[in-house]
Design a protein around this ligand. Sequence first.
Ligand SMILES: [Zn+2]
Ligand SMILES: [Zn+2]
Length: 152
Amino acid sequence: MKCPRDGTELASVSVAGVELDKCHQCDGIWFDERELEVIRKLDLGEIEEQLEREFGRNPEYREGETDGYMRCPRCASDDGRLQQHHFSYVVPVKIDRCQTCQGIWLDDNELDKVMDDKKQLNDAYSVNKLAGFMRHLEQDIARMGKSKGGNR
Ligand SMILES: [Zn+2]
Ligand SMILES: [Zn+2]
């Protein structure tokens, strides 16, 4: 497959046992259907940094890069144009998704943003859980106080 942004042949890389296709030119990554969901569920930090440490990084070289519409590297047909979607909840990330095969293209740094978004969601969730727990605890204490008073 070729990079939808600059036409470089994508190299296959493995992240936590999931085979992804990465462009070493622009550091974009292609995810087949559901692969991003799988990666997102894992507790991984700094994936992009690890990949760049392993495969090097060449951010200045951007020959042939397109800022216009990208075509799906898997479908590579006229209707395989990637559509922009908002993927995240807390951190704003716009991803490019193919409507035909549901594959997703992430540009440089977008994977880190997706993972950061998940982390912030988790943090918000655990804060909410703690707040809920404290509320129950206070209600229990209040109830215990009342029943003690009734026995008197
Ligand atoms: Zn590329
Ligand atoms: Zn496609």
